[in-house]
Design a protein around this ligand. Structure first.
Ligand SMILES: [Zn+2]
Length: 87
């Protein structure tokens, strides 16, 4: 029988947290579409479940801005206790 165990993450002590994901917003000044690619541009000591400020820089109009977000992450194990293997 399959079972699931899920954990919501909080603050994690990872200096450089990379993952496959992108987030796009329009520059508030010139409306250029800006994308943060988290597989290249890491989050530092991410605070899941709390507030995370995302920083953006627009090279079109030399403007910086930040976007307040709430970020959530979970870890889920799915397993079948019948699959336990003795070593
Ligand atoms: Zn801009």
């Amino acid at each position: 029988m399959k079972e699931k165990k899920t954990f919501e993450l909080g603050d994690i002590e990872v200096k450089r947290f990379y993952f496959d994901g992108e987030l796009s917003v329009d520059c508030p000044s010139c409306k250029k579409k800006l994308t943060r690619d988290f597989s290249q541009d890491y989050l530092s000591y991410p605070s899941f479940g709390g507030g995370e400020m995302l920083y953006f820089y627009c090279d079109e109009c030399d403007c910086e801005f930040e976007l307040p977000t709430t970020m959530k992450a979970k870890v889920e194990f799915e397993f079948d206790k019948d699959d336990i293997k003795k070593l």
